[in-house]
Design a protein around this ligand. Structure first.
Ligand code: ZN
Length: 336
């Protein structure tokens, strides 16, 4: 049995995880282990059974995660809502088409004002209700609820083919690695996580012990490395390592820190480790192929993701398997 301080999954000290995933010899061992496991079968932890169909809120469903932290599912990207005596803090605002359902679901959780909004990224299914939700809320000074983001995000929003209007852009920005705030008796840490774009963040509710991962972690598809907006493969790996550093699994059973992906079901640390290792392994395979002189077409034809495809493959769109491989290829090629 694993001693305290050792990973239940690997029996190795937690500090070894990154090195383990980057060591070629151990990668082969890991590959063998992964090949022996039914990857297409998702782990499903119990907290996901708490989904409540509120009915009146259209397609949006509410899941209690921990403490005052809930997830709204079905209104675009996952929306994390923290409620308490001081009011409501919302991580991402969902898709514009679901605005009414999302606001109704938040009002079901708390009648107190929406004080803070955090934007994890710039995609419209994450920030589509920024203006509406901000105007539905109030800061303690009586202004529309403040939208927090890393300083790179509103700059990227301005340069999009269809720029995000100023009224919907985050004005409460921070630079550097982290911003913290204390709200509803919970120390909340907003960490820069420049994988999907260079303005992405993830949010850790320290007391509730919940991480809102945004685009850094998904259970539904491969990651989307939005290179046009500063995204990098290494940024994803760093962001996932950050989550692995912050998250603590409950000994020998599911639970501990809960991680809410940008899309998909609620997870624990084991799922994040698997996603991290998947990106590292695929990245290393593509790097080897580039070293051998293979072209992008040859790499695509070689299906270097095939053991992960049952779980993450998508045929089209920005999260498609082909795009994932292409983004890593271009990212690595640009650095050579
Ligand atoms: Zn998304």
């Amino acid at each position: 049995m694993a001693a305290p301080g050792f990973s239940v999954l690997s029996g190795r000290p937690f500090q070894d995880r990154r090195r383990r995933a980057r060591s070629p010899a151990l990668l082969l061992v890991l590959l063998a282990v992964l090949a022996a496991r039914p990857l297409a079968q998702e782990r499903f932890i119990d907290v996901n059974r708490g989904i409540q169909d509120a009915g009146v809120n259209g397609p949006v469903k509410t899941v209690h995660v921990s403490g005052g932290v809930y997830v709204l599912v079905g209104g675009g990207a996952n929306i994390v809502v923290q409620v308490g005596d001081e009011g409501v803090l919302v991580v991402d605002t969902g898709a514009a088409a679901a605005a009414d359902s999302i606001l109704a679901a938040i009002r079901d959780l708390s009648k107190r004002p929406i004080r803070w909004i955090v934007n994890t990224t710039l995609d419209p299914d994450h920030v589509g209700n920024n203006e509406r939700m901000s105007n539905a809320g109030r800061t303690v000074n009586g202004n529309p609820a403040a939208i927090i983001a890393h300083e790179k995000l509103p700059i990227r929003m301005l340069k999009l083919p269809v720029p995000v209007p100023v009224s919907a852009r985050p004005l409460n920005t921070f630079f550097g690695d982290v911003r913290d705030l204390y709200f509803n008796d919970d120390p909340i840490f907003i960490y820069r996580s420049p994988g999907h774009t260079d303005g992405d963040v993830l949010v850790h509710f320290r007391r509730a012990d919940v991480i809102a991962a945004g685009e850094t972690f998904l259970t539904t598809t491969y990651p989307v490395i939005d290179m046009a907006n500063g995204g990098t493969t290494q940024g994803f790996i760093d962001g996932l390592n950050r989550i692995l550093d912050l998250a603590v699994p409950k000994h020998l059973e599911e639970g501990g820190t809960y991680i809410v992906p940008g899309h998909g079901r609620i997870c624990d640390e084991a799922d994040v480790l698997e996603y991290h290792d998947m990106i590292v392994i695929v990245r290393d395979r593509i790097r080897d192929a580039i070293t051998k002189g293979m072209t992008l077409d040859q790499i695509q034809a070689a299906r270097l993701t095939r053991d992960y495809d049952p779980r993450y493959a998508a045929a089209s769109g920005p999260a498609s398997t082909a795009k994932f491989v292409e983004f890593i290829y271009r990212d690595l090629s640009a650095k050579q």
